[in-house]
Design a protein around this ligand. Structure first.
Ligand code: PBG
Length: 307
C-alpha cells in the first residue's frame, strides 16, 4: 500500500540488434545473452518477448563495412535491410511500438554520429543526413524516431522535416542528456561502430556536468521532443531525477550495454544474484524518475517477473 515506486514490463523497452541475411543469431562477446539477429529470427525473438508482455522495442542495425561511407548514404538507401525490417515488423505486429536509432555511426566509415571533416564534426551539415534517415524510417512505418546523435538543433530540424512530409504522428524520443561514456563499449562491439579516430566528446556531454542537462532539456523540449532520454542510466540517476522534476515531458533512461555487461559478468561468476540485482537496478532507475527504461534486461525481467 505504501510502496512509492512500481516497476513492470510495461515500463521496459527492449533493444534489439539486426544484421542482414537469413538464419543468423550471432553472439556478441562483450554483451552475453544478446545477439545480432537476421530479420527472420528476430521476428521469433519479438514474438516470444511479446508473449512475456513486452510491447516496446528499439532496433539497431549492424551494417557491413562495405556499405559504409563518409555520408552514411546507406541509412536511407531503398534496399536498406533496416528499413525493410521496420516495414516487416510493423506489418507482422502492428500493436507493438517500434523505435529507431537516428545517427550516422552505424553507417559511417568514420564511425562518428555526424559528418567528419579534417577530424572535426560538422554539426549543421549533418542535419540534412539525419532528416533523410528519419523520413526513410517514417516511410517504413516507424512509430518513434530516436535521434542519438547529439547534434545541436536536430530535434527542431527533424520535427519540421517529418511534418513537411506528412509524418506529424511520428514521435521523437530525444537522446537529451547523452554523456560521452565508456559504458557504450559493448554496444560499439555489437555494431562494429567505434569511432575510427578521435572521440565523441565534442558532441556528447561531459560526465562532470549536471546543469548542462537542463540546458539540453530546455532546447529539446522547445524544439518539439515527445520524450527526453538520459543515457547512461545507472551512473546518472541524479540527472534522471533532475530532468523528471524540471520538465513535464516523459523521461526515459537508457540502461546501456556496459551497465548490463557488468551485471552479466558478475552473475556468471555467481558473485551476485542476477534476478535480484536486475530488479533492484530497474526499480532504482524508476525511483529516480524514469517513466520508461531501455534495457538489455527487458526480456529476462519479463520472464522472471511473470512467474
Ligand atoms: C550511437 C549510439 C550509441 C548507443 C546508442 N546509440 C553509442 C555511442 O554513442 O557511441 C549506446 C547504447 C549502449 O551502450 O547500449 N548513436
Amino acid at each position: 500500500m505504501v510502496e512509492e515506486t512500481h516497476l513492470s514490463v510495461n515500463h521496459l523497452i527492449y533493444p534489439l540488434f539486426l544484421v542482414k541475411g537469413k538464419g543468423i543469431q550471432q553472439a556478441i562477446a562483450s554483451l552475453p545473452k544478446n545477439y545480432r539477429w537476421s530479420l527472420d529470427l528476430l521476428l521469433f525473438e519479438i514474438e516470444s518477448s511479446m508473449k512475456l508482455g513486452l510491447n516496446k522495442f528499439v532496433l539497431f542495425p549492424a551494417v557491413e563495412d562495405h556499405l559504409k561511407d563518409t555520408m552514411a548514404s546507406y541509412s536511407y538507401a531503398e534496399d536498406n535491410f533496416y528499413l525493410t525490417a521496420i516495414r516487416t515488423i510493423k506489418e507482422r505486429f502492428p500493436e507493438l511500438a517500434l523505435m529507431s536509432d537516428v545517427a550516422m555511426d552505424p553507417y559511417s566509415s568514420d564511425g562518428h554520429d555526424g559528418l567528419v571533416e579534417n577530424g572535426a564534426i560538422l554539426n549543421d551539415e549533418t542535419l540534412p543526413v539525419l532528416a533523410k534517415m528519419s523520413i526513410a524510417q517514417a516511410q517504413a512505418g516507424i512509430d518513434i524516431i530516436g535521434p542519438s546523435d547529439m547534434m545541436d538543433g536536430r530535434i527542431g530540424y527533424l520535427r519540421k522535416a517529418l511534418d513537411a512530409e506528412g509524418f506529424t504522428d511520428v514521435s521523437i524520443m530525444a537522446y537529451t542528456a547523452k554523456y560521452a561514456s565508456a559504458f557504450y563499449g559493448p554496444f560499439r562491439d555489437a555494431l562494429n561502430s567505434a569511432p575510427k579516430s578521435g572521440d565523441k566528446k565534442t558532441y556528447q556531454m561531459n560526465p562532470a556536468n549536471r546543469k548542462e542537462a537542463l540546458l539540453e532539456a530546455q532546447l529539446d523540449s522547445d524544439e518539439g521532443a515527445d520524450f527526453m532520454m538520459v543515457k547512461p542510466a545507472l551512473a546518472y540517476l541524479d540527472v534522471i531525477s533532475l530532468l523528471k522534476e524540471s520538465s513535464s515531458i516523459p523521461i526515459t533512461a537508457y540502461n546501456v550495454s556496459g551497465e548490463c555487461a557488468m551485471v552479466y559478468a558478475a552473475a556468471e561468476k555467481k558473485w551476485i544474484n542476477y534476478e535480484a540485482v536486475v530488479a533492484e537496478i530497474l526499480l532504482s532507475i524508476r525511483r529516480a524518475g524514469a517513466d520508461g527504461i531501455l534495457t538489455y534486461f527487458a526480456k529476462d525481467f519479463a520472464a522472471f517477473s511473470k512467474v
